[in-house]
Ligand binder design. Sequence first.
Ligand code: EZ4
Ligand code: CO
Length: 409
Amino acid sequence: MKIIAAEVFVTSPSRNFVTLRITTDDGVTGIGDATLNGRELAVAAYLKEHVAQLLIGKDPHRIEDTWQFLYRSSYWRRGPVTMAAIAAVDMALWDIKGKVANMPVYQLLGGASRNGLRAYGHASGADLESLFDSVREHLELGYKSVRIQTAVPGIKAVYGVAAQAQASGERYDYEPAGRGAFPVEEDWDTRAYLRHLPSVFEAVRNEFGPELPLLHDGHHRMTPIQAAKLGKALEPYDLFWLEDCTPAENQEALRLVRQHTTTPLAIGEIFNTVYDYQTIIKEQLIDYVRAASTHFGGISPLKKVMDFAAQYQIKSGFHGPTDISPVGFAAQLHVGLAIHNYGIQEYMQHSDATNEVFEQSMTFVDGYLHPGNKPGIGVEFNEEAAAAFPYQQAYLPYNRLVDGTVHDW
Ligand SMILES: O=NC(=O)[C@@H](O)[C@H](O)[C@H](O)CO
Ligand SMILES: [Co+2]
């Protein structure tokens, strides 16, 4: 069996996606997600200009060998662009292998370790009333766990609060990527946030009780001691996790947070190799691995990092916003179903237009996800539908503090 074609498609139903399709001489095709929100064309070019020609003639069954070849032969290692490109190839080859074996990918990874994958949704609201409505809406949609994001007094626009979508009556089902040639500037004040958030969780617990698993995303905005302060202040509200509490390029920073709080910590959606996790896993500085198949080099390394994490009783919490395409999302459902140390899956629901372009076999029933049992990854790419949605440049917002200093968004 040989690879005869590797094509890259950039399409933009609701938001931009980059998809790789590999075709073999037997006519079997496989697809992979190469979407990097705000830098999509960099990955598309990396694949089109530098990778596609290297794949022609290769045996598609040699997944690990192809992964290692792409990782080491480029010489320049790691980074979000390279690893998203390698991820797309890895996913497409697993898709092909599953189709040839006539098995869903999770069966090739060792079979199911559970019946379904517990998911959490993104509840948000500018004030308590709209936040409570959003929690109720997600409970009605079947979610059994919810992430809580809300506005902060004195701050104009805060990450994760879909006020703009709610104003137009839509559900918050897209990741903030403002279309246009320059990132939208948002504002931030950590002290105001730290003063406000505990009262929000107290109100949510009073309204919804002690059982409902609640998550929160700090989105890289605190220093370690501020993250420690928040983690401790939230302990009475028994969070499932506090995510991205501080920028973690300096993995040792989590030592300080860990010393001060028992609030579980989740880190890593912007990481792209196991080396980014090495210290925080070995020293058990986190409880959940936030990697996504698309940003982390694909299915193969996602399984490897979870096997490493298992030695330290750390579980999965894979990143699953709508800027992970349905292909990347399905790929990590297969990994989540097969591993023993599964935790929870972030699940924002893609839009109707996106679901038209990507025909999926995954299901979401009573709060649990399942990738389905179609051979391979279980997603078909509709090229005709994709052609109707041309790429539109879009950037993620960025932050400035009230004194004008650029800050993490
Ligand atoms: O936990 N989820 C997140 O932090 C996401 O909403 C990220 O901001 C977006 O995926 C960035 O493109
Ligand atoms: Co996050």
